[in-house]
Design a protein around this ligand. Structure first.
Ligand SMILES: CC(C)C[C@H](C(=O)NO)C(=O)N[C@@H](CC(N)=O)C(=O)NCc1cccc(N)c1
Ligand SMILES: [Zn+2]
Length: 158
């Protein structure tokens, strides 16, 4: 499927990165979901069960999904397009140095916002500067969802 057939989605944080205090990781993820719920009819609720639509995990190298991570650098994270089972699941490469609101390391908020775009059904964009552009462009204070991404999510969820 290219999109979820519902607007109210649930997520479960399976584990946390040792790079950040739990509260900062939780805030980065909540803010990343807000990017999308602020641009389309979507809501995200945390649940304490693995039956959630979107499972969030920090993993390195082989992690039982056929798409092993590659150590520090290059691939930062990946997410599965909408659907049952692994659909929506989002994995972050824990060999990156995850930071939040910092010019150091890799900003968890920015990458999570990008990955959740995939988890909602958006592919990569060719528009430089868009959130769904394939390449991470660093931490952006006062991030605002670019028009190309707003149009993309509106096309799916209105
Ligand atoms: C083929 C994919 C598994 C690559 C992977 C990705 O796009 N995940 O969504 C990824 O980590 N891409 C890197 C670029 C690369 N090194 O291949 C990236 O920066 N993606 C995350 C990202 C984060 C925030 C903004 C943007 N534009 C991109
Ligand atoms: Zn991507």
């Amino acid at each position: 499927p290219t999109k979820w057939e519902k607007n109210q989605l649930t997520y479960n944080i399976v584990n946390y990165t040792p790079d950040l205090p739990v509260e900062k990781t939780r805030r980065a993820l909540v803010d990343a979901f807000k990017v999308w719920s602020g641009a389309a009819k979507l809501s995200f609720t945390e649940v304490r069960s693995r039956t959630a639509d979107i499972l969030i995990q920090f993993e390195s190298r082989y992690h039982q999904d056929g798409y092993p991570f590659d150590g520090n650098g290059m691939i930062l994270a990946h997410a599965f397009f909408p659907g049952d089972n692994k659909g929506g699941d989002t994995h972050f490469d824990d060999d990156e140095r995850w930071t939040f609101n910092s010019t150091e390391g890799v900003d968890l908020f920015m990458v999570a916002a990008h990955e959740f775009g995939h988890a909602l059904g958006l592919g990569h964009s060719t528009v430089p500067g868009s959130l769904m552009y394939p390449w991470y462009q660093g931490y952006q204070p006062n991030f605002k969802l670019p028009r190309d991404d707003v149009e993309g999510i509106q096309r799916l969820y209105g």
